[in-house]
Design a protein around this ligand. Structure first.
Ligand code: NAG
Ligand code: NAG
Length: 865
C-alpha cells in the first residue's frame, strides 16, 4: 500500500510536470509565432529597402548621364563672346581727312572713299538726294523718275537720315537725249561741277557719293565725261576707257521698261480650263535652235549715206572688212549650222545708236526677241571705237539676248560688262577677242549641249536677278557697292509665327512600339532643346564667298541665317582643336548599336531638327501622331501648322511629349504654309510631315542622319517620279513602284530651312499660285525648286514606299481627281521653270549594317533598317 501511495504521488507529480510542460509548449509556440511575424516583417522591410536602393541607384545613374550631357552641352556653347567692333575710325567728326586729291580721275576706293562712315556692322545706310531740285541742271526724264521712285520705295537700305549714311546717291540722269549721233552734251561740265559742289552733303569733295546716270534710250549721251566729280563714284552705262576708274566706278545696265519685265507673269485666261500662259516656253530645250548664230544690225555708214548723203564718216577699219567677209563665209557655210546674219535692216526700221562706230539695231523689240528666241547664240559687236567700254545699245543687245535665251557671243575683249566686279560673265556669255572672228563658227559648234543649256540657265539667272526690272537694277547697283565695302546684306525675314497658346495633358500610358528609340536600345538620352548656330557667315558672304553669292541662286540681296553649303572641317579637327559641338561615335572609337545611338557622329556638329506638321481638321489623328513622338531623340520642337479657317478650340489639349509643341494658325489656309520660314524654326533641319504620316522613330532618326550628309537635298521616304507620256508629248506624275525616282514627297521628308526661304521668297510666285489654285502639288513644287537650285536628285531612305497611317480616314490625296491634278501641276511648273528640273536617281539609302551578317556579340545600327 505504501508503494501504491508512492505510485499515486508519482502520478500526481507526473501530472504536474505535464501541465507545466504544456504551458511551456504553449508559450514556446506563441514565441515562435511572434518571431516568425517579426521575420516576415523584417523581410518586407528588407525588400522595400532593396527597392529604394535600386531606385536611388537608377536616379544616380540618370543624374550622372545628365551631368555628362550638360558638360558636353556646356562645352559646345563655350564660344568666345563676340561684340560688334567699334566704328572703324570712330568719328562723329564728319570730316575725316583723306589725302587731298586734285586728280579725280585717279580716284580709287583706298584714296577717295571714307570708310569711317561705313563700318562693317553699319548695315549700309544709303541716303538718296531728292530728284529734280530747283538748282539741278539735270532734268531727269519722267520714266527714270518713276522707276527710281518705285525702286527706292521698296529698298531696305534707304535711310532718311543723311548724318548716318554711308553712301549718298545723286541721280543725275537720264535726261532727254538730244537727237542724233555723237551729239555734244547739252549741259556744260562747269555747270555740273559747281552744282555738285553745292550739294548738302558734298563736304567739299563728294566723298562717299555715287552719281548715277541711268540710261533707258539707246542714244543717251555721256554728260559726266570731263566733269570734275571730286571723290564721287560714277555709275552709268556709257563709259569711255579714259574715263572709267577700275574698282571705283560702276558699269550699269540699261534701265529696262516695266512692261517687258514680268518674266514670271501668269495669266489665268479661264479659271475653269485652268489655262496658263507664260512668256518663255521652250526656253532651255532644245539646246540647238533654228539659227546657230544670229545678228541683225546696220553699219551707220550705210544708213547715213542713205539718210543725208553725209560724206564725213569714219573710214571703216581693217577689222570691219574682215568681219564682213567672215559674215559672208558663215552665211554660206552649212557645216557649222544655220547662220542668220543681217547687216542691213529691212524697210529702214533702224534704231539709232548713240555713237557712229556702233551697229544700229533693227526693227522693234518684239521683232528682235522673235529672232533671238530662235537663236542658239547671239552675236554682239561692240562699238568699233575701242575707247567705248560699254554703251546703252550694247546693253540692249546683251539684255535682249539673255532674255530670250540666246547665249551672247561678244566679239571684243576691250569691253566692260555690268557688275563684272562680281558677276562671272564667262559662265553665261562667250567673250572673244576680235581676232578670233575667223574661228568663231568652229568654236561655237564645239560646245556640248549640256554646256549650252548651263550657259543659258546662268544667263537667265543673271537676267532675272540683275537686269530684268528697274528695282532689280537699282538693288544690284547698291549691292555692288555694299559687297565692295564688305558689308553683309540685311537678313532675310522670317514669317512671324502667330502662336496659339494651349494647355497640355500628361501621357500616362505611352506605348513603346518596335523601332522606337526606347525599345531599340534602352532609355534615350534626354537633351536640352538646342538651336542651330545662326548668322555665323555674315562676313564670309562678302569676302571669300562674294563671287559665289553673286553667281548662284538666289543672288546677293539677302543674308541667310544658315545655308546648306557650309564647308566641312577635316575630321581630325573633331579630335585635335576645333572639337566644339561634335559628338563622334564612341568618342571617336566608333561603335554599333547603343554606342552609335548615343551620339550623332558624322562630319558636322551635333544638332537637332524641327518637325513641321501641317494639319487640317483631323484632331484625333493629329494628337495620336504627336503622342507617338515621346522619347524621340534630337527633336527640337514640334510646330503644328493649323491649316483651317477656325483656330483650334480652347478646350483642345495637347500631349506633353517632352519637347515644345507650338501651334501656329496662319492667316490664310494654303498648302504653301507648309513651307513658310516660321520664326519658330530654330534649326537648320526641318522634318516636314503630314498629320497622318506614320513613321517609326528609327526611320525618322535614320532619315535625319542621312540628311546631315546631304543637307542640300530633300531626304525622305515616299518616292515618286516624272514619267514621259509619249501620247500627249508631256509629263505625268507617277507613283507606281519603279526602279527610278525623281521626287520625295514632303509629307515625310527632311529639308534645310534655307529652302523654305527660297520657296516663299525667291521661287516664281506663279508656282505658289498654282499650288493655291489646285490645293495640291506643294510637294512637287518643292522638289522642282531644290532640283533646280542644286541640279541633283532627292535622296530616298529606307524601304518605305508609302507613309499613311493604316486605319486613318482616307486622305484627300488618294482621290483620282487629286492625282490627275498633279499631272497638270507638273506641266505648268515645267513652263514656269522653263525646263524639267527634276533629276532621276536609282539609289536608296539604308543603314550600313542593314542585312549584314554579324557575330553574335555585335549589334546592328538599327534593328529593322
Ligand atoms: C550677323 O547678321 C545678323 C543679321 O543681320 C545679326 O543679327 C548678327 O548680329 C550678325 N552677327 C555678327 C557677328 O555680326
Ligand atoms: C501603274 O501601274 C498599273 C499596272 O501595274 C497601270 O495600270 C497604271 O496605269 C500605272 N499608273 C501610272 C500612273 O502609270
Amino acid at each position: 500500500p505504501l508503494s501504491r501511495l508512492t505510485d499515486l504521488k508519482h502520478i500526481d507529480e507526473l501530472k504536474r510536470i505535464k501541465r507545466s510542460i504544456s504551458t511551456e509548449l504553449r508559450e514556446l509556440e506563441s514565441r515562435r509565432n511572434h518571431i516568425q511575424d517579426d521575420i516576415s516583417l523584417q523581410q518586407g522591410r528588407y525588400i522595400a529597402l532593396e527597392q529604394s536602393v535600386k531606385k536611388a541607384e537608377g536616379e544616380v545613374q540618370f543624374l550622372k548621364s545628365r551631368i555628362q550631357q550638360l558638360k558636353t552641352e556646356q562645352k559646345e556653347v563655350e564660344k568666345p563672346k563676340l561684340a560688334a567692333p567699334a566704328r572703324l575710325l570712330a568719328s562723329e567728326d564728319l570730316n575725316v581727312d583723306l589725302t587731298p586729291t586734285s586728280l579725280h580721275y585717279k580716284c580709287q576706293m583706298h584714296s577717295c572713299f571714307d570708310y569711317s562712315r561705313c563700318s562693317l556692322t553699319s548695315q549700309f545706310p544709303v541716303y538718296v538726294y531728292p530728284l529734280n531740285t530747283d538748282n539741278s541742271p539735270f532734268d531727269v526724264t519722267s520714266f527714270v523718275q518713276e522707276a527710281i521712285r518705285i525702286s527706292f520705295s521698296t529698298n531696305r537700305y534707304i535711310t532718311n537720315d543723311p548724318s548716318t549714311a554711308c553712301l549718298y546717291v545723286v541721280v543725275v540722269g537720264e535726261v532727254e537725249a538730244s537727237a542724233g549721233v555723237d551729239s555734244k552734251p547739252v549741259i556744260s561740265p562747269d555747270a555740273i561741277s559747281s552744282w555738285l559742289r553745292s550739294l548738302a552733303y558734298w563736304r567739299g569733295d563728294g566723298r562717299n557719293h555715287l552719281l548715277v546716270y541711268f540710261s533707258h534710250q539707246t542714244t543717251t549721251q555721256n554728260p559726266l565725261k570731263g566733269v570734275d566729280t571730286g571723290r564721287a563714284i560714277v555709275g552709268q552705262t556709257n563709259f569711255e576707257a579714259s574715263q572709267f576708274r577700275m574698282g571705283f566706278d560702276a558699269v550699269l545696265p540699261n534701265l529696262p521698261s516695266f512692261k517687258t519685265s514680268k518674266l514670271m507673269k501668269v495669266t489665268f485666261i479661264n479659271a475653269i480650263d485652268k489655262i496658263i500662259i507664260f512668256l518663255f516656253e521652250n526656253y532651255y530645250v532644245p539646246a540647238l535652235r533654228d539659227y546657230a548664230l544670229s545678228f541683225q544690225g546696220q553699219w551707220p555708214s550705210n544708213y547715213h549715206a542713205e539718210a543725208d548723203g553725209d560724206a564725213a564718216l569714219p573710214p571703216d577699219s581693217e577689222f570691219h572688212q574682215i568681219l564682213l567677209e567672215n559674215m559672208n563665209l558663215m552665211r554660206e557655210s552649212v557645216i557649222h549650222g544655220n547662220f542668220m546674219l543681217q547687216v542691213q535692216c529691212q524697210e529702214e526700221r533702224i534704231v539709232t545708236p548713240g555713237f557712229s562706230s556702233e551697229w544700229s539695231l533693227c526693227g522693234s523689240e518684239g521683232d528682235r526677241l522673235a529672232v533671238l528666241s530662235r537663236s542658239t547664240f547671239a552675236l554682239i559687236l561692240p562699238a568699233e571705237d575701242r575707247n567705248l567700254l560699254f554703251t546703252p545699245l550694247f546693253s540692249t543687245r546683251l539684255i535682249e539676248a539673255l532674255q530670250s535665251g540666246a547665249i551672247p557671243v561678244l566679239l571684243g575683249t576691250h569691253t566692260r560688262l555690268p557688275f563684272s566686279e562680281f558677276i562671272s560673265w564667262e559662265k553665261a556669255a562667250i567673250i572673244l577677242p576680235q581676232a578670233r572672228v575667223t574661228e568663231l563658227p568652229f568654236l561655237l559648234s564645239n560646245i556640248p549641249h549640256a554646256e549650252i543649256i548651263s550657259m543659258r540657265r546662268q544667263g537667265r539667272f543673271l537676267y532675272d536677278t540683275y537686269l530684268s526690272t528697274p528695282p532689280q537694277v537699282v538693288e544690284s547697283t547698291l549691292a555692288l557697292l555694299r559687297t565692295r565695302l564688305q558689308i553683309p546684306a540685311l537678313p532675310v525675314e522670317d514669317v512671324p509665327s502667330n502662336v496659339i497658346p494651349h494647355r497640355s495633358y500628361p501621357v500616362v500610358e505611352h506605348v513603346v512600339s518596335p523601332g522606337d528609340a526606347q525599345s531599340e536600345f534602352g532609355i534615350p538620352p534626354i537633351e536640352e532643346s538646342t538651336s542651330s548656330p545662326q548668322f555665323t557667315r555674315n562676313y564670309t558672304s562678302v569676302t571669300l564667298d562674294s563671287r559665289d553669292t553673286w553667281n548662284n541662286i538666289p543672288g546677293p540681296f539677302n543674308l541667310y541665317p544658315f545655308t546648306p553649303k557650309d564647308r566641312l572641317l577635316p575630321s581630325d579637327a573633331q579630335f585635335i582643336g576645333s572639337s566644339n559641338g561634335f559628338r563622334p561615335i564612341g568618342g571617336g572609337e566608333g561603335g554599333t548599336g547603343k554606342v552609335y545611338q548615343e551620339s550623332l557622329g558624322g562630319n558636322s556638329p551635333w544638332e537637332q531638327f524641327t518637325m513641321v506638321m501641317l494639319t487640317y481638321k483631323r484632331e484625333e489623328v493629329l494628337l495620336q501622331a504627336v503622342e507617338r513622338l515621346i522619347g524621340l531623340p534630337h527633336l527640337n520642337k514640334i510646330i503644328v501648322v493649323w491649316n483651317s479657317p477656325e483656330p483650334p478650340g480652347a478646350e483642345l489639349r495637347w500631349p506633353d511629349v517632352g519637347v515644345k509643341v507650338v501651334v501656329i494658325h496662319p492667316e490664310k489656309n494654303s498648302l504653301n504654309n507648309r513651307f513658310l520660314p516660321w520664326s519658330e524654326i530654330n534649326t537648320e533641319a526641318v522634318l516636314s510631315i503630314d498629320d497622318d504620316a506614320h513613321l517609326r522613330h528609327d526611320e525618322i532618326l535614320f532619315g535625319f542622319r542621312v540628311w546631315r550628309e546631304s543637307r542640300h537635298r530633300v531626304v525622305g521616304f515616299p518616292g515618286r517620279f516624272h514619267a514621259w507620256d509619249p501620247r500627249h508629248g508631256g509629263w505625268s506624275y507617277n507613283s507606281n513602284h519603279t526602279c527610278e525616282l525623281s521626287m520625295v514627297l514632303t509629307g515625310a521628308a527632311f529639308l534645310h530651312k534655307y529652302y523654305l526661304y527660297l520657296y516663299s521668297n525667291w521661287m516664281p510666285p506663279a508656282v505658289r499660285a498654282i499650288v493655291d489654285q489646285h490645293m495640291n502639288c506643294e510637294d512637287i513644287a518643292m522638289n522642282f525648286l531644290v532640283s533646280h537650285v542644286t541640279r541633283q536628285s532627292p535622296v530616298k531612305v529606307t524601304s518605305r514606299w508609302t507613309f499613311r497611317c493604316p486605319g486613318c480616314p482616307v486622305a484627300l490625296s488618294q482621290s483620282q481627281e487629286h492625282f490627275d491634278e498633279r499631272h497638270l501641276c507638273i506641266n505648268a511648273f515645267v513652263k514656269i521653270f522653263g525646263y524639267m528640273p527634276l533629276v532621276y536617281t536609282q539609289l536608296r539609302v539604308d543603314s550600313i549594317l542593314f542585312k549584314t551578317r554579324l557575330p553574335h556579340d555585335k549589334q546592328k545600327c538599327f534593328k529593322f533598317i
